[in-house]
Design a protein around this ligand. Structure first.
Ligand SMILES: Cc1cc2nc3c(=O)[nH]c(=O)nc-3n(C[C@H](O)[C@H](O)[C@H](O)COP(=O)(O)O)c2cc1C
Length: 338
């Protein structure tokens, strides 16, 4: 089965991409991911705070005694075990490129359009086939309006876009009031792709120690629905590549996302649980599904269940919503509610 998919203008052998995670921090594991069927890999992020921290360190060494750490930096953990720091990160990109023949996507993670953006250029020079810019932020300033937050993100994207010529994807969270408009404006700012969606870590409170517990739970399959819906909404409407991230575990999940219109399906949690061989199973499963239904290629199936064919997406969404509530109530009356 021809599973080829174009993502960010890159020709991928299939839509299966290993998402940014500790698995992609190690060259041997990257090779295993490629052998098992990863069509591209996203390296773990290099964080704005790390880059700023590095230059503050340098500044402190040059100007002994002058301390100018921003408040945020004092919260920032020692990161070198995760992605080795800015200098070695650039080396990791070069090493990954040398070890692999599939596209290598480097990831930078930040929110403000600062001097750190020049790292995108260094990653391109190191051989990155594309840059993924992760704009992970929880806005806590009660005076920062949605418009100002969106404008800041667009300025950041424009800065990174201006710094590199390789394709640029933007990984965003789902909490926008008018996400279709944000997607369109990111396309207008010449982002080549969107990665939907960032998972926000929801900290808990430890009642014994009365401290905040940041907890990372691997994703569950239910989380697939949010990217599935938004990819179905945006496909054919906003001229931009679309990658799904969050909750994909099985071949059926991959097929659903492709039918909605996904050009790439990124996987982290299930790869962490089951290891690279998962990708072989998914490749076989997706091929089998397409063959059984007599598709000639994955491209032929892509987007066939998107909302573009339905004239009024808003009416469609409302209709689905009302229908679901009504059907639940009827099932409840018959004692079948779940
Ligand atoms: C342990 C771990 C580390 C991650 N590190 C990064 C990272 O450095 N940069 C990034 O953009 N996403 C990172 N992610 C998010 C994943 O790339 C992915 O988007 C998210 O986990 C949802 O996909 P999944 O449901 O397949 O896990 C990380 C996820 C996990 C579980």
């Amino acid at each position: 089965m021809d599973l080829r998919s174009r993502y960010l203008g890159l020709e991928l052998a299939s839509p299966l991409v290993a998402s940014a995670s500790p698995l992609t921090a190690d060259i041997e594991t990257l090779k295993r991911l490629e052998q098992a069927g990863a069509a591209a890999v996203v390296l773990p992020s290099l964080f704005e705070e790390q880059i700023e921290h590095d230059s503050v360190d340098l500044h402190d060494t040059l100007e002994l005694g002058a301390h100018s750490f921003g408040e945020a930096l004092t919260y920032f953990p020692e990161m070198d075990d995760y992605n080795t720091g800015p200098g070695r990160y650039v080396e990791h990109v070069a090493a990954a490129k040398q070890a692999l023949s599939i596209p290598v996507i480097a990831s930078i993670n930040g929110v403000t359009p600062g001097g750190w953006v020049r790292y995108a250029e260094l990653l391109q020079e190191a051989g990155a086939d594309a840059i993924e810019l992760n704009v992970y932020a929880v806005e806590t300033d009660a005076y920062a309006s949605a418009a100002s937050v969106e404008d800041r993100t667009l300025r950041l994207v424009s800065r990174v876009r201006g710094a590199v010529t390789v394709p640029l994807a933007v990984k965003v969270g789902p909490y926008y009031t008018a996400f279709a408009n944000v997607a369109q404006r990111l396309a207008d700012a010449r982002a080549d792709g969107l990665v939907l969606f960032n998972r926000f870590l929801q900290p808990d409170i430890d009642l014994e120690t009365l401290s905040v517990k940041p907890e990372l739970h691997l994703s569950s399959r239910d989380e697939l629905r949010l990217p599935l819906r938004w990819i179905a909404i945006l496909t054919g409407r906003v001229p931009i590549s679309l990658a799904a991230t969050s909750g994909a575990q099985t071949a059926d999940d991959v097929v659903k996302l492709v039918l909605a219109g996904a050009d790439a399906v990124m996987i982290a949690s299930e790869l962490l649980r089951r290891g690279p061989d998962l990708l072989t199973e998914l490749t076989t499963g997706v091929s089998g599904w397409l063959e059984e239904r007599e598709y000639a290629s994955l491209e032929q199936a892509k987007g066939s269940m998107s909302q573009a064919a339905c004239g009024n997406a808003q009416a469609f969404e409302r209709a689905q919503y009302v229908r679901t509530l009504v059907e639940y109530q009827s099932a409840g009356a018959r004692g079948q509610a779940r």
